[in-house]
Write a protein that binds this ligand. Structure first.
Ligand SMILES: C[S@@+](CC[C@H](N)C(=O)[O-])C[C@H]1O[C@@H](n2cnc3c(N)ncnc32)[C@H](O)[C@@H]1O
Length: 310
């Protein structure tokens, strides 16, 4: 099999993927994080949901990958006959199972090793850039293909390799699952890198984590305050790379749509424009998607790919 996309991604070293324990620690605060008014999720999640909805049909047997706390599950459950929602984080799945009212079968499963028979589903979807988090995206796409029937649909998003902003480091004190941390965050060499310095509970810096303080430079003498350090990465894709990967995994009719251009209003517009954008995010997002083919793929926050299994 020609594996061009596979090769393109393999040219770079493998990412250090976030383990399930990291996502477990995110579960209790995930919904609140996504709802924050200034968070770009306000737009790119909504837009992803509209595009995912466009491939769902009422009689379908559907599989969701990386369902998290079930935000995306709840949106799409009634659009199909049956939905199996999966995630490899037990804590995420527990929360989702508590929160989603409509009948859904929840399964704890790694998207790269799915416990389902071949050709079991009419559609596989995912919201929340799972493809950027898995260590081997080709493997995940091949699993998706395996469980899809021929002609079945795929819709999933990924982090875009936005041009510009390279080398800029964002710094933040915050708590992750109640533990105080100082986090450095950067985009470099096609990956989103998050370096988590877990602060010792007795450190005076721990108080800054509660306030979500954003220092401009790395705190002096940091090592003296740190109990341990972890670094995780997400993979950033160019639209062409994504397309190649999908085709190498034997999908056809691949369409890549840019997501999140409207999210720029949240960070950069004046207050009244920001308020307007938030208040009207649904009609604005629909309008944006009508026009999406005219926006530049290279400047989108996320990319959503839709394709058909050969
Ligand atoms: C950014 S969250 C999105 C959650 C949810 N879909 C939403 O839209 O709110 C990404 C999710 O992918 C899950 N995930 C990451 N790698 C995974 C893997 N290899 N297999 C299954 N789930 C994975 C994480 O546990 C997390 O819940």
């Amino acid at each position: 099999m020609a594996r061009l996309g596979y090769q393109a991604v393999r040219r770079s070293r493998p990412i250090r993927a976030y383990p399930p324990s990291y996502w477990d620690s995110q579960a209790s605060e995930w919904d609140e994080l996504v709802r924050r008014p200034k968070n770009p999720h306000q737009f790119y999640y909504l837009e992803a949901d509209y595009l995912i909805s466009s491939v769902l049909e009422k009689p379908m047997q559907a599989l969701e990958l990386g369902c998290g706390t079930g935000g995306s599950t709840a949106v799409h459950r009634r659009q199909v006959a049956q939905l199996v929602a999966t995630d490899f984080s037990l804590e995420m799945v527990r929360r989702a199972a508590r929160g989603v009212r409509d009948p859904v079968r929840f399964v704890v499963a790694d998207a790269s090793h799915l416990p389902f028979r071949d050709r079991a589903f009419d559609v596989v979807f995912s919201r929340g850039v799972l493809l950027s988090y898995v260590p081997d995206p080709s493997r995940t796409l091949e699993e998706a293909r395996r469980v899809l029937r021929p002609g079945g649909k795929l819709a999933m998003d990924a982090m875009n390799r936005i041009s510009g902003g390279r080398g800029k480091v964002s710094r933040l004190f915050h708590t992750i699952g109640d533990r105080p941390a100082y986090v450095e965050y950067a985009m470099r060499e096609g990956r989103q890198i998050r370096r988590i310095h877990w602060l010792s509970e007795t450190s005076p810096l721990a108080a800054r984590a509660k306030k979500e303080d954003r220092p401009k430079t790395r705190p002096r003498n940091l090592q003296a305050h740190v109990a341990s350090v972890e670094q995780y990465e997400g993979r950033l894709f160019r639209a062409g790379e994504l397309k190649e990967l999908l085709e190498a995994a034997r999908f056809k009719d691949v369409r890549v749509t840019p997501l999140g251009h409207l999210a720029y209003t949240l960070g950069f517009a004046d207050d009244s424009t920001q308020r307007f954008a938030r208040k009207h995010r649904r009609p604005l997002s629909k309008l944006y998607l009508q026009l999406a083919d005219h926006f530049r793929l290279e400047t989108a926050w996320h990319l959503l790919v839709r394709a058909v299994r050969r």
